[in-house]
Design a protein around this ligand. Structure first.
Ligand code: MG
Ligand code: MG
Length: 276
């Protein structure tokens, strides 16, 4: 069956826990009823609306703390709770990762965005007892064609992966779709972080790796709800954690992109919940 021992150790080493938290996976996959999926739409819709708002407001000269404040204010206005704030001690509502920052960047009043940056916005809320989780990487002003291609391919990886989230497939079909496209472009796939099941907990079984590890993984069934999240590096797949204990950066300093949706598996195929 599923062997994530290797990832377990790696995650422990890197201390990463929002994009992927193998440390706290339960051993059981919790399939959701149609009614639960209806309830889950609430949290996911709020996440989607806020991410769109962030994308519209983000600009050169803004700080990453400005974006965090917008995200938090909107969350409270919508009567939801930020999912990441206080999660294992994470100090903010929004994970905001600029350029070579891979995931889990901490918002700062000192980090001023400038033209040519790419900014990973990873956001989640709790609403009505359920979590929603989504991410996108947005360009500021003019970015290089090489980085633009990275963003386009990483987003394509997400949609190719989502296509595989149908009953009868295996989790490794999702992983394989990401891996195939990313590797065809010679991009680095970080091994230590992955997607996850989601529901009443932010991170549930099963882990959704961005590469095929060993075996097929669990079979995909109706009612499975997954946060699918390709995180793809322009350069090598090596990353390290900064001294703040959170921010993960690429080891070679080259940029990285991240796109994520919360997706429910229905008899009619995948339903993207974090889409307005
Ligand atoms: Mg996630
Ligand atoms: Mg996320």
């Amino acid at each position: 069956m599923w062997n994530h021992h290797e990832n377990f150790l790696a995650v422990k080493l890197h201390g990463g826990i929002i994009a992927c938290s193998l440390l706290e996976y339960s051993v059981m996959i919790h399939l959701k009823s149609t009614r639960e999926i209806e309830s889950m739409k609430g949290a996911s819709k709020i996440v989607a609306e806020i991410l769109l708002e962030l994308r519209e407001n983000i600009r050169e000269g803004a700080t990453t703390a400005d974006m965090d404040r917008i995200a938090e204010d909107l969350t409270l206005k919508k009567k939801a709770k930020p999912a990441f704030k206080g999660y294992r001690g994470f100090p903010a509502s929004l994970c905001i990762s600029v350029n070579e920052e891979f995931v889990h960047g901490i918002p700062s009043t000192k980090r001023v965005l400038k033209s040519g940056d790419i900014v990973g916005l990873d956001f989640g809320v709790i609403y009505d007892g359920y979590y929603g989780d989504s991410a996108m990487t947005v360009p500021i002003g003019q970015i290089s064609p090489e980085v633009e291609h990275l963003l386009r391919v990483t987003e394509q990886c997400l949609y190719k992966a989502i296509e595989q989230a149908v009953p009868g497939n295996y989790i490794s079909d999702i992983s394989g779709a990401v891996q195939k496209l990313a590797e065809a472009n010679n991009y680095g796939i970080v091994r230590e972080f992955c997607g996850h099941g989601i529901g009443r907990s932010l991170h549930e079984d099963p882990p959704v790796l961005n590469y095929v590890q060993n075996g097929k993984g669990p079979k995909i069934k109706q009612g499975l709800v997954l946060a699918i999240e390709p995180m793809i590096n322009l350069g090598s797949d090596k990353v390290r954690v900064l001294e703040d204990g959170w921010t993960v950066i690429t080891a070679d300093g080259r940029p990285s992109a991240h796109f994520e949706h919360t997706v429910a598996v229905t008899p009619d195929g995948p339903m993207i919940l974090t889409k307005v």
